[in-house]
Design a protein around this ligand. Structure first.
Ligand code: MN
Length: 277
């Protein structure tokens, strides 16, 4: 099996999104991150009563948003009438496709009592032929979500396979999305299909990725190969992400990600004229 190494490590910026909530975001690496458009670590941040903030009503078109909560609770609502709570360990895989208008706010309980908020939102691009697909949601609760544990490594398999356990999510393009937690002196050899762009986002601790040490907040972009060796001396957590290079032009304007400027103009026009869901 050919092993993947670290090509480069993208550092992280702290930015403020939506209504002003704090996220850690690796510096955009363009095509190196394809098909991922964005990787936001929300928090970890402890809010007092009445302090929690989120992202009020906004639209999306042309890609998928994947929300994974580690601590705290978000309330999701959209203009088509869907709503639900995303709590610790829950995953919401939302395919915006031709258009969704939604709000992502702390739950009433978080608002009232405050508490720790920590989670991830990643944006997965859609190929041109699927950008205008009907919106869909896949919600996997913490209790039904496939998890696996072996030799000091725990993993939640959001998309793809890890240690013989497969995800429940149906993805448009082949995606790997795994949350792995390492005890001290533990090791995982993770297969990532050759040809896919692979990357490891390290948070909480330091992780050896293909023999190279990656610090908290680093996004390691991997070389090609069939597997990657992840090892921790003192304990760490990471996201393992992979997907295909789409090789299509990207036209991006805020919450719309299409292939051409004309399609962006169309998205803005459709939104302004109430033609979204
Ligand atoms: Mn959103």
């Amino acid at each position: 099996m050919s092993r993947r190494d670290v090509r480069m490590v993208a550092p992280t910026h702290t930015v403020f999104e939506g209504g002003g909530f704090q996220v850690r975001r690796p510096v955009a690496m363009g095509q190196l991150m394809s098909p991922f458009l964005l990787l936001d670590e929300m928090g970890p941040k402890k809010y007092g009563p009445g302090e929690a903030i989120g992202a009020p009503w906004h639209p999306h078109r042309g890609f998928e948003t994947v929300t994974y909560m580690l601590d705290g609770e978000m309330n999701h609502e959209d203009s088509a009438g869907n709503s639900g709570l995303i709590a610790a360990g829950d995953v919401q895989w939302m395919t915006a496709g031709k258009g969704v208008i939604h709000s992502e706010l702390p739950s009433d309980k978080m608002m009232k009592e405050g508490g720790l908020m920590h989670g991830f939102q990643i944006w997965v691009n859609l190929p041109a032929k699927d950008k205008m697909m009907p919106p869909r949601y896949q919600e996997i609760s913490a209790s039904s979500s496939p998890c696996v544990e072996s030799d000091g490594v725990w993993a939640r398999v959001i998309a793809g396979d890890c240690l013989g356990t497969s995800s429940m999510i149906d993805t448009v393009i082949p995606i790997v999305y795994i949350h792995a937690k390492f005890d001290a002196s533990s090791k995982l050899i993770q297969a990532i299909e050759k040809g896919l762009n692979g990357m490891i986002y390290v948070f909480g601790g330091e992780l050896e990725v293909g023999g190279k040490s990656v610090a908290d907040g680093g996004l390691a972009i991997l070389s090609d190969g069939e597997e990657v060796v992840l090892e921790s001396k003192n304990g760490a957590e990471c996201l393992i992400l992979a997907g295909p290079e789409l090789n299509e032009p990207i036209a991006r304007y805020g919450p719309f990600v299409m292939n051409t400027r004309e399609e962006i103009s169309q998205a803005i026009d459709d939104y302004n004229n109430g033609r979204f869901a």
